[in-house]
Design a protein around this ligand. Structure first.
Ligand code: RFL
Ligand code: PHB
Length: 399
């Protein structure tokens, strides 16, 4: 088999890249280890930046998003029983985020794949990358026990944090920056109406809580838990009690409880690998960087990476101009680091750290009180939360 761009991984990074390349007439094949059902079934991101929405629109994949996505012009912070709203639209000249689950995004991308000529090979196992520093890289894999090889010009590693892409780069070439947080998020989905029409991020002495949603009838809640916590010890009742306590009486007024149908714990990490290129291999999305979910940035960063990578590959094939590919890593990382900073900062503002003393907690509360009274501070949050520019057309140009 031969193609121009071998894409490893059919998550958001891989599939957005495949659609962008198909639209530009660049030949690509996506190799995914799992099945479509598995990839689509993973409950993950919920908040789309305006740039991600703009990209869905550019690809003509926004019909369901427009019909079912929930546009949020504001978000809310709660602490010590108080709650206040950040009017993102007013502070950013009209920008907003859209609540539309990663599962829905994946479904839209998969549904349109065949008619757009996006080729995906599922259950491609034991993948190995060869010849990355030469002119003729290739990807070896097995499918149904049969060894296969895909020759290509470039490899795009969109294979997530545990993928083979980053692992194929010699350790002395990569510089890794990492912070592992001493807690995780326990999240549930429940078929109950959300407690509020917008998200609520809560800082409580017990720890962080987040009230989010997937639709007017489906809620997503998270509470910060220690890394030693076990899901079995969290009955629904215990979870709801904790959410109610942490949101506080004002924010939790009207909380509707119900049985959870998904419950999982995710650890929190900040991670960046530099550079995002090695020879003919390019890293994109979680393969190159991880953010704690507090800023709702992970999937959106995967999208901004591949928007830049698609542009660079298109320039290469259309005009034999390598400047985009040569500049990709630096350009992508410039945006990645800003999202890393916001996600790290917002995590520090809202979570309880094990080594926190009374002073440190007072500092958090003082910062929240300051934000509550400061338009400048709220503007800084709003412009980061709706998403810094992704660097392609179709976005509001107010930032
Ligand atoms: P993915 O989604 O991990 O996809 C990688 C794909 O590569 C495949 N793969 C391989 N295929 C072939 N051979 C191999 N050797 C392979 N190794 C791996 C995998 O099977 C998989 O299909 O990475 P990608 O595309 O970079 O996308 C990243 C996003 O999925 C991730 O950043 C977000 O889910 C993060 N995230 C959030 N992001 C947001 O933008 N907004 C949010 O509100 C948000 N909330 C969240 C989140 C992530 C969470 N968890 C569970 C980590 C909330 C949570 C709880
Ligand atoms: C979600 O709805 O899953 C969600 C929302 C906001 C975040 C993280 C996750 O910051």
């Amino acid at each position: 088999m031969r193609t121009q761009v071998a894409i490893i991984g059919a998550g958001p990074a891989g599939l957005f890249l495949a659609h962008l390349l198909a639209r530009a007439g660049v030949d690509a094949v996506v190799l995914e280890r799992r099945t479509r059902d598995y990839v689509e079934g993973r409950v993950r991101a919920g908040v789309l930046e305006q740039g991600t929405v703009a990209l869905m629109e550019r690809l003509g994949l926004d019909a369901r998003l427009r019909a079912e996505g929930l546009v949020h012009t504001g978000t809310n912070l709660a602490y010590d029983g108080e709650i206040f709203r950040i009017d993102m639209a007013a502070l950013t000249g009209g920008s907003a985020v859209t609540v539309y689950g990663q599962q829905e995004v994946m479904r839209d991308l998969f549904d349109a794949a065949e008619s757009r000529g996006v080729r995906i090979v599922f259950e491609a196992e034991d993948l190995r990358l060869d010849g990355l520093t030469g002119d003729r890289p290739s990807v070896a894999f097995t499918r149904n026990g049969v060894a296969q090889s895909l020759a290509c010009d470039f490899v795009a590693a969109c294979d997530g944090f545990h993928g083979v892409g980053r692992a194929s780069i010699p350790a002395d070439v990569l510089k890794v920056y990492e912070r592992v947080y001493p807690f995780g998020w326990l999240g549930i989905l429940a078929e109950v109406p959300p407690v509020n029409h917008e998200l609520i991020y809560a800082n409580h002495a017990h720890g962080f809580a987040l009230a989010s949603m997937r639709s007017p009838t489906r809620s997503r809640y998270y509470v910060q838990v220690g890394l030693d916590e076990r899901i079995e010890d969290w009955s629904d009742e215990r979870f709801w009690d904790e959410v109610e306590t942490r949101l506080g009486p004002q924010a939790s007024a009207g909380l509707v409880r119900g049985p959870s149908f998904e419950k999982s714990i995710a650890p929190l990490r900040s991670f960046v690998a530099e550079p995002m290129r090695y020879g003919r291999l390019f890293l994109a999305g979680d393969a190159a960087h991880i953010v704690p979910p507090t800023g709702a940035k992970g999937m959106n960063l995967a999208v901004s990476d591949v928007a830049m990578l698609a542009e660079a590959l298109t320039l290469h094939y259309a005009e034999r101009d390598a400047s985009g590919l040569d500049g990709y890593s630096a350009r992508a990382l410039a945006r990645v680091w800003k999202a890393e900073r916001f996600s790290w900062w917002f995590t520090g503002l809202t979570h309880r750290f094990p080594d926190m003393d009374a002073f440190a907690r007072r500092m958090q509360v003082a910062e929240l009180a300051y934000i509550r009274g400061s338009k400048a501070a709220q503007t800084a949050i709003a412009e980061n939360y709706v998403g810094l520019p992704m660097g392609f057309g179709g976005e509001p140009s107010n930032r």
